[in-house]
Design a binder for this molecule. Structure first.
Ligand code: SF4
Length: 62
């Protein structure tokens, strides 16, 4: 299973990642990842959040 992380200094707390994948991200003053590992069936949604983040603040943690 893959991990995902937030680059906090890039995050502008727009809330988009939480609206796309609310089981993975919560956004308060910055976005946070609320799961340890991303399950197979969540990968597509996380990738959508990565692709949609306006500041490239989300990336896979390889
Ligand atoms: S989409 Fe990007 S900038 Fe917006 S809250 Fe999520 S990580 Fe932060």
């Amino acid at each position: 299973m893959k991990k995902v992380k937030i680059i906090e200094e890039n995050c502008i707390a727009c809330g988009l990642c939480e609206s796309i994948a609310g089981d993975i991200f919560v956004v308060e003053d910055v976005a946070r990842v609320i799961v340890d590992k991303v399950k197979e069936d969540q990968i597509e949604l996380v990738q959508e959040a990565i692709d949609s983040c306006p500041t490239d603040a989300i990336e896979w943690d390889e």
